[in-house]
Design a protein around this ligand. Sequence first.
Ligand SMILES: *Cc1c(COP(=O)(O)O)cnc(C)c1O
Length: 398
Amino acid sequence: MIPFSLPLIDEDVITEVNDCLTNTGWLTSGPKVVALEQELRVRYGLPAVCVNSWTSGAMLMLRWFGVGPGNEVIVPAYTYAATALCALNIGARVVMVDVQDDFTMDPVALAQAITPHTKAVIPVDLGGWPCDYDALHAVLESEEVRRRFVPTHVRQEQLGRPLLLVDAAHSIGATYGGRANVHGGDVAVFSFHSVKNVTTGEGGAVVLNLPKPFDLEEEYRFLKHFSLNGQTKSAFEKNQVGGWRYDIVAQGLKVNMPDICAAIGLAQLRKYESELLPERKRLFERYQEAFGKCDWAILPPGKDAVRESSYHLFLLRIAGYGEQERDALIRKMAKAGIGTNVHYIPMPMLTLFKELGYRIEDYPNAFRLYENEISLPIYNGLKDDQVDFVCENLISFI
Ligand SMILES: *Cc1c(COP(=O)(O)O)cnc(C)c1O
């Protein structure tokens, strides 16, 4: 049996979690969260706020930007539903746009979808492959968009255009123009869900890359409170002798990350660039090489002159296949003991979004990518002979 995905639970993770249980004795936000945020800050030179999921981190940042009912948030049709739900959950309207052949948001479609109600755009680094940040930025920075932007919140006035919030749920470690992908938007949100490249069980992090006049340290301090019910002290700080008094300074959310979760991520992140990411890349390239000789294989992008993926998913497409053939292939792979997946069923094909009036016919490229896509196992701990077994089976079935 080769499962589609498995979280990495090794000696380092066990040691770090044990430290939490037996030494610090602290379970919710405390020293491990501080250490995890510090790990991120050292990497990127930017402040990062740990939260309890990507979804809650994105909701937090939309609320921070004053987005709510009557506003529009633009997302790609081809993504996991959370990209849209974070906006729906705060009462905003979701506007979907189609994607390009590399699975990422089409900047031309974005330009056409922007209205005076648009407050935020959430492109997705799908499978770990960075979006075309320069093109997306150019759209948002255009004079036309700036002129039509109607600020209804002090932070919207400061930015003067819609917020570029990158869904980096898949893409920790990806690069764009030789720099970490977190420099691509105003805000990048990572997911540390159990199936992602780095996990805390459940969790996420918001990395702040806001342009001037924002003061990143001030916004970081505010978001630490804002992610904790707007409370000025964490339980850890209140628990220090004499530290009882606190204030509630804003109507925040309760989305802080527990230390017990941060400990798992800390052990993984410390060796992410040195061990875990190179190993993923190696597996990705092993797949690329095996399918490179097959004329029916449409390979996912991994690296070009500008971008490098975090190799989160191996999104193989089979030329000429439709939904039926692809689904049959998945069943055959399952019979052979191989777990596969599809990333993604475009949102307009899901019941909730159909009921809200979205139609897949409006997103032809999303459907074209979906109908012949099959995601293959790729994770730390997967062995070379398992990759070979996956390839041999898949090639023989086709
Ligand atoms: C996993 C995922 C999310 C949601 O992450 P959570 O941490 O589970 O909230 C959002 N967007 C994409 C593209 C994802 O794959």
